[in-house]
Design a protein. Structure first.
Length: 433
């Protein structure tokens, strides 16, 4: 049986109600929504919401039998303490709710460590506040254990945080080395990103023939997955990354540095947008996503938008969304349906055209080297044309500048023989001797 919860949001005048997003998060965490409550007012230092609203919330808890209250607003430790004392049930905020979802879905060692780090840093701030409350006489003991328990717990958390940060530092170093090797290999990299629930994993599965987990709920993907894909003849690395969310708490952002770092290193960022949503929602989510990309140092010139779910969008809404997305000044917008495969060829073509540092070259080699050359070129670049001229072969290809230059250096001697008039009529084997 699912635990019943009540959702609460306090808003300032003119602020948008976000309970629909909190509802989706709570359902993703496995809760049953028993009730919702909103209030417009500045934050109360003791309860976040007003005293009168606390009484209303208390009645709602009693009436619905809810065992937990979840605030959209981030709560201070003293507010959590006073709310729990008044309501008699557990009280958490959106930060802790997201951590619950992450904990349930984390698969890799890195993701688990990142989640534990974020949770412990949160608990550390609470422990500090509990110490302050205790000193002021507002909190008698710490979970029944007194001052010694507070100090011992605080020291334990600090020690554990230090060990996790060391482990993550080693993982980040290893990942940075992998990013460096990818760069040196001369393969283009593409990162799929966007607001959570936009369909990134569905598109990733389509492009890579992978069977990544999809359930339509927020944060189905926590750990980055990268696959080598032949995209219209061009070998590229495609990565599925964690989804964005509006007002992502800074501590969570820091904790998932290595996951988000994949986006920073990508040659091209493919930003997925759910084009079936109302224009106001699309605008909000794009602004939130672009703010995160900007904080990662991603320039708009590296961002291509894929307007997803056009198969389920109402035509008037889709038209407005596409028009607004086109005004963002990014690399452009491609309408697609990752679910049905609609327009994916056009998307892949647009991706290849948008790759930075893409160069085209031609190499002339003896036909005896044809198989070796094609194997080498095909593993890093896209072959455009092959022309046989007697014992010689012309190969036109395109790719990342580093890879192209490496291929030209490797087969450059053969090209020199092909273009040297003094060697005309000499057999390829003699020319290469």
């Amino acid at each position: 049986m699912r635990a019943r919860v009540i959702l609460v949001q306090r808003m300032l005048e003119g602020e948008r109600c976000m309970l629909h997003e909190l509802r989706a998060l709570a359902e993703a965490a496995g809760y049953e929504i028993a009730g919702e409550l909103t209030q417009k007012r500045p934050p109360d230092s003791r309860y976040n919401i007003g005293r009168g609203k606390v009484e209303e919330l208390k009645e709602l808890v009693s009436k619905t039998g809810a065992s937990k209250v979840i605030f959209f607003n981030l709560l201070k430790p003293n507010q959590v303490y006073h709310l729990r004392k008044e309501l008699g049930v557990e009280v958490i905020d959106r930060y802790e709710l997201i951590l619950e979802i992450f904990a349930k879905r984390a698969g890799s060692k890195e993701a688990k460590l990142q989640i534990e780090l974020a949770r412990l840093k949160r608990e550390l701030s609470f422990a500090r506040e509990y110490i302050n409350l205790q000193k002021r006489g507002e909190l008698h003991g710490f979970m029944g254990g007194g001052r010694y328990a507070v100090d011992a717990y605080y020291e334990h958390v600090v020690s554990r945080i230090s060990r996790i940060e060391e482990s993550l530092k080693a993982l980040r170093k290893a990942k940075s080395m992998r990013w460096l090797r990818r760069h040196e290999a001369g393969l283009f990299s593409i990162a799929l990103t966007g607001y959570t629930g936009a369909g990134k994993t569905t598109l990733f599965n389509r492009l890579t023939a992978w069977q990544g987990y999809i359930d339509g709920k927020p944060f189905a993907t926590l750990s980055t997955k990268t696959k080598l894909v032949n995209m219209l003849g061009m070998p590229v690395l495609v990565s599925d990354t964690i989804g964005f969310i509006d007002s992502l708490p800074e501590q969570l952002f820091d904790a998932f540095y290595t996951t988000l770092g994949e986006i920073s290193y990508a040659d091209l960022v493919l930003f997925l947008v759910d084009a079936s949503e109302p224009p106001s929602e699309v605008e909000r989510k794009v602004i939130a996503g672009m703010a995160i990309l900007s904080s990662l140092g991603v320039q708009p010139s590296r961002v291509l938008i894929a307007a997803n779910k056009v198969d389920s969008a109402q035509p008037p809404i889709l038209e407005v969304n596409l028009q607004r997305l086109e005004t963002l000044g990014l690399l452009g917008v491609v309408p697609i349906s990752a679910r049905t495969g609609y327009n994916l060829d056009a998307l892949q073509q647009r991706i290849l055209e948008s790759l930075p540092g893409r160069v085209r070259k031609q190499v002339k080699i003896p036909s005896t080297l044809f198989e070796d050359a094609m194997r080498e070129i095909g593993s890093k670049c896209r072959v455009l044309n092959v022309t046989f001229d007697g014992s010689w072969v012309d190969i036109s290809f395109e790719g990342k500048e580093e890879a192209v230059e490496r291929i030209l250096r490797k087969f450059g001697t053969a090209s020199e023989y092909a273009n040297d008039p003094s060697l005309r009529g000499v057999s390829p084997s003699a020319a290469m001797a």
